[in-house]
Design a protein around this ligand. Structure first.
Ligand code: GAR
Length: 212
């Protein structure tokens, strides 16, 4: 069992962050959250972190308008916090290339669709669910995957499906998928801690799985 130091990167509400915090409280997850980093100052996720006395950082365009400096600060913060795994939990900024390379096999993301469908540039939040509804898909879900240089292209870890009802609005679907995301996020971290899912240089040995 590996006890990891996690950095959770967020941009918004932070309900996936909350799922991790709750799983730590119930000892479902043995790892600790070293820090929460948001690229949005007003993200409610930062309030959630503070409530549980988790180190929180705002690193965004507002306080670091220069992209190069912003990227350096983000990188330096993760190194200083001695992070083993970076968890993108609704983080809607693009990570710098240097960071993705330095943490190869040590960055995971959660995406609110069954990748590779409805992923890539411009597919985030409610836009993903609008795309699913417009395409007439009967099935959607959530995906956890490793982060590589392309957007949403990295190796899939787990997927969990939800049924799309004929009268679902994008908002209805978002709610259903979010519920499943929380389970998938925790299941992914449990599997990483127990070594079922390998990270770091061994990450490419994993086989994608669907949990139902
Ligand atoms: C989640 O649905 C997550 O999958 C999505 O943003 C939401 C964040 O919710 N991420 C993306 O769309 C990334 N492409 P949360 O802040 O309540 O965890």
């Amino acid at each position: 069992m590996q006890r990891l130091r996690l950095a959770v990167l967020v941009s918004g509400d932070g309900s996936n962050l909350q799922a991790i915090i709750d799983a730590i409280s119930t000892h479902t997850i043995q790892s600790e959250i070293a820090c929460v980093i948001s690229n949005r100052k007003a993200a409610f996720a930062l309030d959630r972190a503070r409530k549980f006395s988790i180190e929180d950082y705002y690193i965004g365009i507002g306080n670091y308008p220069d992209e190069k400096e912003r990227n350096e600060v983000l990188y330096d913060t993760l190194i200083r916090e001695n992070v083993d795994l970076i968890v993108l939990a609704g983080y809607l900024a693009i990570l710098p290339e240097k960071l993705i390379q330095a943490y190869k096999g040590r960055i995971i993301n959660i995406h609110p669709s069954l990748l590779p469908k409805h992923g890539g540039h411009g597919f985030y939040g409610i836009k993903v669910h609008e795309s699913v509804i417009h395409s007439g898909d009967k099935l959607s879900g959530a995906t956890t995957h490793f982060v590589e240089l392309g957007i949403d292209t990295g190796q899939i870890i787990y997927q969990k499906t939800v049924k799309v009802a004929p009268d679902d609005t994008p908002e209805d679907l978002a709610k259903k998928v979010l519920k499943v995301e929380h389970q998938l996020m925790v299941a992914t971290l449990v599997a990483i801690e127990s070594g079922i899912v390998k990270i770091g240089s061994e990450a490419d040995q994993n086989m994608p799985q669907i949990i139902d």
